[in-house]
Design a protein around this ligand. Structure first.
Ligand SMILES: C=C(O[C@H]1C=CC=C(C(=O)O)[C@@H]1O)C(=O)O
Length: 340
């Protein structure tokens, strides 16, 4: 399999064709997918945050190898001439404006605000960085996606959006972030419960037997989150995409209610999230699994852009929100490996 994997990767790089590599949570193998441009039962999709772009790969010859055997990935990456990072003061003003919105008589309860942080790092070793993410985040969905036009995205997502197998669906309710040494308070438990209630209400129109397990404190590398595991029985298998549409964007990356929060984000955030906070995943004849694209970065020849955000509630403190996004930026930022 190694030879096949290497040949396929080399061919795709030489022909400048798009591809995606991913390692599912708790696995040790990495899959390589291309777009064979024909209808196949195996499909990978990647959807932007605002639903304006959907990329689909059909591939019935997916190859996989052990991560430790992942060969070097040498890509000609684009140069970024645009500085998209927001200043500290502008971010504080944006959070203040968001808090005002939440305290006003609008119906919004939570809005997730995000930003780009730029790192002056070049010559990233993509293969070694992928391996590093795999080692540090065993429970995450680790991926690398390349496209000549869009460049190279890499990430380690802690958030399952939707998994389906035999009409059993699974998702998670993710909210709250704390440093390892701190304790959870009632505030975070309440915040997370509101998200759980919102997700179960969203699922109730499509499913039976909704079960919630948690919340649990889960390790996210440099910090922890509160997460509940939600499962349910899908009433109609053909409604899988309707469930996906109903869940995206989740309260962990959009807010509540989702349409109001999404509108506020698009009008006020000041940059285009593109694929950050979108979702991606695969489908086969027997199962489907999609993840939210967070804890991700875009790699350029001359820099790295990290995408980081946090949930804003009426009692959020702007300085703390900046600090939280700084902490989240370490998830990928501290694991990048430069070429020797
Ligand atoms: C939006 C992000 O994190 C979300 C996921 C978990 C906890 C979050 C929080 O505590 O704010 C965020 O909602 C991000 O990392 O960019």
């Amino acid at each position: 399999m190694f030879r096949q994997f290497q040949d396929k990767l080399e061919r795709l790089i030489q022909q400048k064709k798009p591809f995606v590599l991913f390692r599912k949570p708790n696995e040790t193998k990495v899959e390589l997918w291309e777009n064979q441009e024909k209808k196949t039962a195996r499909k990978f999709s990647c959807n932007s945050f605002d639903n304006s772009t959907l990329i689909e790969f059909n591939d019935d010859e997916v190859v996989e190898i052990l991560i430790d055997d992942l060969p070097k990935i040498e890509l000609l990456l684009p140069i970024s001439t645009q500085n998209e990072a927001i200043s500290y003061n502008d971010y504080i003003n944006l959070i203040e404006k968001t808090v005002e919105e939440l305290k006003s008589d609008s119906d919004t309860q939570k809005i997730v605000i995000s930003r780009i942080k730029e790192l002056d790092k070049h010559d990233i070793d993509l293969s070694e960085t992928f391996k590093n993410l795999h080692q540090h985040y065993p429970n995450a969905y680790v991926y690398l996606r390349y496209d000549v036009e869009e460049g190279c995205w890499i990430g380690a997502s802690p958030e399952l959006l939707l998994k389906e197998e035999n009409q059993l669906i699974q998702t998670v309710s993710l909210a709250g972030t704390k440093a390892k040494e701190d304790d959870w308070t009632d505030k975070e438990y309440h915040e997370q419960q509101v998200v759980t209630d919102y997700i179960t209400a969203t699922l109730s129109g499509f499913t039976n037997y909704i079960d919630v397990d948690g919340p649990f404190s889960v390790n996210a590398g440099f910090f922890e989150h509160l997460k509940s595991f939600i499962s349910a029985q899908l009433i109609d298998k053909d409604k899988l995409y309707d469930v996906l549409k109903a869940l995206h964007p989740t309260p962990a990356v959009g807010g509540m209610p989702k349409d109001l929060a999404k509108d506020f984000i698009i009008k006020n955030e000041g940059y285009n999230r593109t694929f950050y906070a979108g979702f991606m995943g695969y489908e086969t004849e027997t199962e489907a699994e999609f993840f939210v694209n967070l804890r991700c970065a875009k790699i350029y020849q001359n820099k790295v852009k990290l995408y980081v955000g946090g949930g804003i509630m009426p009692d959020s403190i702007p300085e703390n929100e900046w600090n939280e996004t700084e902490l989240k930026s370490k998830t990928i930022g501290e694991l990048l490996i430069e070429l020797k």
